[in-house]
Design a protein around this ligand. Sequence first.
Ligand code: KG4
Ligand code: ZN
Length: 386
Amino acid sequence: MAIILAIDTSCDDTSVAVSNDWTILSNIVASQNQIHKQFGGVFPTMAKQAHQVNFLPTLNMALQQAKVTWEDIDAIAVTYGPGLAPALEIGIDFAQKLAQQYHKKLLKINHIEGHALSAYARPHSDQPKSASFIPDTWPKLALVISGGHSEFIMINEPGKYEILGRTIDDAAGECLDKVGRMLNLGYPAGPLLEKFAQQGDASRFHFPQPMTDRHDFHLSFSGLKTSARLLIENLERQHQLESQSTYDLAAAIQQAVFDHIIYKFERILYSPDIEHKIYPDRETMKKIFHTALATRKAAISSAQPIQAILLGGGVAANMSLRRALRASLRRFEKQTHQHLPLYVPYTKKLCSDNAAMIAIAAVSHYYRGEFVTPGEIDRQPQLVLE
Ligand code: KG4
Ligand code: ZN
């Protein structure tokens, strides 16, 4: 068993967590939402200052809640990218100083790896092999859908990643936040859009499906954002942006964003050759969904090697997205008789930025002995997962 103290200051949340392998002992997040609300987005120098002020109280609370002392800690893990450079620096600086001061092993962790593996986290009271137990079979497909990232990541085995597709412009959460801002919903708007969407009729507004003519697994959300802006401006001009229109718009944009994710997700599921990233064309998809069983079987040429789906990132907290993914996997099972389980983090706190997911990602690095020496870690704002 490894007791890991993890630190994440990649964006606007200061977070410190303590874990015992995959069991979370504490996960403290000092949010800066109140500070950045006034700017409608994260202001990097303010984020840096707030990290500096919040770090030590957050650290002390994490140790206290986990009921551990420095003697119990086996290693310190810290996010070194991707993220905002001034924000990353603070976490790295504290991690290196603490490792030196308390003579602890040090691990540098990719923030996206944390989101991708966040479903592995287990609550303190959980028993091994309970509902959250994820079998050790590979490959798994991770969907990281957050405010900064939207990626399909193939995990071929622990530590071996391949990006199958990613957004070529805005992230899904960023798109929702920007549309929310146009509707004066505050920052971040994702959670409020979800609430509003429950009272709305998504069919009232139509958004064009992006990237259907591209034969790859990449995503794009900026076109949806532009369509939403034009729609909102139009409604405003006609004095029709009352509350029901806002609810309907929230429902429609949310559905359009999730439909796009599901569209590309299904292209991965039904790919005739995922190793070579072969994209099934529209005809094949039509055959799969709309023809008799025999033709369908012929269209699905090879068995999907993926063993399970992992969902992570801030937007993973959204219940409509989870429902849409589950429905898609049920369709997949009906068509192929192959069951693909979906694993989501056990609490919504593990979806948005937090240090517990960094501790979870650190576990395999710890057992592989991938330690670094203090002073060696460089922040990498554009770090990619490989
Ligand atoms: O993972 P995260 O905290 O930060 C990044 O690494 O980006 O994700 C934050 C994003 C924001 O865009 C926020 O609006 C979105 O996650 N979000 C949601 C929900 N909760 C948070 N989006 C849709 N529905 C939600 N319930
Ligand atoms: Zn994140």
